[in-house]
Design a protein around this ligand. Structure first.
Ligand SMILES: [Zn+2]
Length: 318
């Protein structure tokens, strides 16, 4: 990452903020996220100094330190000592490593139902001397969830929200499974997971929300979101109609929630040429489209929070 690119990105963000009044009115329902801060966070998480954020490495610890510092100064409630939930992971070669989720909460006016907003912060690390920065996968989702956490720390939500930064998604999702196995609140209170995985490379100006084929009750909220979204929000990638790989149901951390019968929606873009390559870099992300995607997701989260008690059907307690 270079300073020049970062400044160009900030200029693009400021250009978005300087839309004419009528355009601002049209996007009024969207949460007023701090887009300059969002962009800077994305740059920091995907910098070479984070060494690709592989589980169990110093780069992972650096990314976690950034998250913990920001959550602490925003005043979120830690759901584990120092916000960090550690868990053992048995690797293929039977060695045992430690993964660490970062878990924070904002209490809502109603604490009986809890919404989880999640993203995995890990990526592939360093291989062959090259850093896999994972700017889209998934520094983009991580920076967005952090921005939402900071937003709701200042604007009390209707329902309690947990902001979960999962470790190890790239190594088989042990972080999400550890969370669901030992949730920091009674599992029956967790009503839904909104998972973000790769939300910045809107090369076609499109982002998908997967999950409505399993959970059609989310559809009206997503359609209302799409109607005012600054990017194209599409539904799909949640059936085998176009092949197993096209179905995202099993392809990110929401799978752990799915296995427990907890409804989820996952936001993401389709695979692009830089997916899981050393070229998944900050420089390749269009700031205005990324901010537009995050505003869209934030708008959905706001709508879901407003109607969580009526939209999501009650689940039998496990
Ligand atoms: Zn990912």
């Amino acid at each position: 990452m270079t300073i020049r690119n970062q400044l160009a990105g900030i200029a693009a963000v400021l250009a978005v903020l300087a839309l004419p009044v009528h355009a601002q009115r049209a996007t009024a329902p969207l949460a007023a996220l701090d887009s300059a801060s969002l962009w800077q966070t994305l740059g920091a998480l995907s910098a070479d100094s984070m060494k690709g954020r592989r589980m169990g490495t110093p780069g992972s610890a650096s990314a976690r330190a950034l998250l913990v510092r920001r959550l602490g100064s925003a005043g979120l409630v830690p759901l584990a000592p120092g916000f960090e939930q550690s868990f053992p992971v048995t690797m293929r070669d039977t060695s045992v490593r430690t993964g660490v989720n970062v878990l924070a909460m904002v209490r809502g006016a109603d604490t009986s139902r809890v919404l989880v907003v999640s993203a995995h912060y890990d990526h592939l690390g360093v291989s062959g001397g090259q850093v896999y920065n994972g700017a889209d996968d998934n520094a983009s989702g991580t920076a967005a969830v952090l921005a939402l956490a900071e937003y709701y720390a200042r604007h009390t939500p209707r329902h309690t929200m947990i902001f979960a930064f999962f470790d190890g998604e790239e190594l088989g999702m042990p972080g999400a499974r550890a969370f669901v196995k030992s949730p920091p609140v009674p599992r029956a209170r967790i009503v839904a997971d909104v998972n973000l995985d790769m939300v910045s490379r809107l090369d076609k100006k499109e982002i998908y929300a997967a999950g409505t084929s399993h959970f059609p009750f989310f559809r009206p909220l997503l359609e209302a979101t799409a109607a005012v979204a600054p990017v194209t929000l599409l539904l799909g990638h949640d059936t085998d109609a176009h092949g197993l790989h096209d179905n995202w149901t099993t392809q990110s951390d929401h799978l752990a929630f799915h296995a427990e019968g907890i409804p989820w929606i996952c936001f993401g873009v389709e695979d692009h040429p830089d997916y899981h390559r050393v070229t998944d870099d900050f420089e390749r992300i269009d700031a205005a489209r990324y901010v537009g995607a995050v505003r869209t997701i934030a708008d959905f989260v706001r709508r879901l929070d407003q109607s969580l008690d009526t939209v999501v059907p009650a689940r039998p307690a496990k």
